[in-house]
Design a protein around this ligand. Sequence first.
Ligand code: AMP
Ligand code: MG
Length: 495
Amino acid sequence: MTAPLTTARPLAALTFSNAFATLPPAFYTHLQPTPLPAPYLVAVSAPAAALIGLDSNDSSAALVDILSGNSIAAGSRPLAAVYSGHQFGVWAGQLGDGRAILLGDLPARDGGRMELQLKGAGQTPYSRMGDGRAVLRSSIREFLCSEAMAALGIPTTRALGLTGSDKLVMRETPESTAVVTRMAPSFIRFGSFEHWYYNQRHDELKLLADNVLANFYPQLLSTDNPYQALLTEVTRRTARLVAQWQAVGFMHGVLNTDNMSILGLTLDYGPFGFMEAFDAKHICNHTDQQGRYSYQMQPRIGQWNCFALGQAMLPLIGSVEATEAALAGYDAEYTLAYERLLHAKLGLQQTLPGDEALIDGLFAIMQSSHVDFTLLFRSLGNLQLAAPEHDAPVRDLFIERPAFDAWAVQYRARLQQENSVDATRKLAMDKVNPKYVLRNYLAQTAIEKAQNKDFSEIARLLQVLQRPFDEQPEHAHYAALPPDWASHLEVSCSS
Ligand code: AMP
Ligand code: MG
């Protein structure tokens, strides 16, 4: 048991351990980060810092050097891990940490451990054709979204800090570079398991599963078949995670198996997006022309990815039947989680026959009117049961207002069935329907300012997104519909 972390300390004062490196050398390559030329501090997340008892007011050169990989903290033995994966449904073979370097792990406030990883810290043996760097643009997006998702209550890797450099790398145009210091109990992926399965190295596959079980799922070790129990639990976590994404309109954008966390965390933020004008077929990743990772596909893709993990774990679990039994939980877990979340979003306390049709009906009119996802659910909480004449703020979000009126009649009737009270319902709905999400245009504004060395907008957004369910009237403009220029924003895999 780790001693409680009572006082906040600077990062340079902390001593790392290297739990992942207790796996055999075939799992990783020890190497040093490539120094980032003249790094500067862009942002630190105070809530993330608090998780490891770190002083978030520290902006010393020593901190910047550790966050950017320019100096190595005590105890750290940096490494890049190997993994493989299915990309866009196709077996892609070996991938691995091509630009991420694991520093090691630190004790966390909750009694567990947190790994720190530098994303964009230079080439590794797994970089393939890549330069090992990450651009400031996508790093700001990852930094802000990691912390915003955590504040929304959605499992995710965290972002401790962001450092930048004037060093340029080539993408579509030359762009400045950055390092995101990510934090999670583990960065092990579905693709980490697939790697050993497809290389027919079942000894390593077992070592990996045993490591994950011992460190992150010790309660499963005493079950009859811990590997089956592990797959069952990861499948459930994944189903619940995707349900949470659907309920806030989050689209990951690149749900390849190498971006799926064995802990059920949202992992590897790239061309993600939050749904604005609702379209179930919306594709947030410009590179994904087929729409494999569109909003409506995410639940099925989450399941597909669990099947890929199940295939890889088959030699450990021992039979197809037992593997299928573990995977079979996905549908029920997803449906249960999604229905619960949607009931809460609509302020419904009970589950009654006809609720599914009511929810489907809402999504159908959202689709035909392309209503803003976040604004709609947030405004729905203001609906007054006995006063349809006051519906304008929500009704006016629809192009097809008669369609809303017809749905609202059913919704009111349903609320009557459980004697719903306006004020109580609004309070409950405001706790689950965020007012603030990281809209693309908000991130873009912060990015453009940061490219001119003004990091104030990143700090402000971080603050606003830390309290997504609070009204924050002074920040109301951050909840506004995207401006016209934002309709031209495109995000792709290029990062
Ligand atoms: P992603 O699409 O970001 O999940 O990355 C897929 C794979 O490409 C991973 O193995 C990454 O490490 C690798 N990768 C992406 N960008 C780069 C880069 N600039 N340099 C090296 N490897 C990269
Ligand atoms: Mg990735």
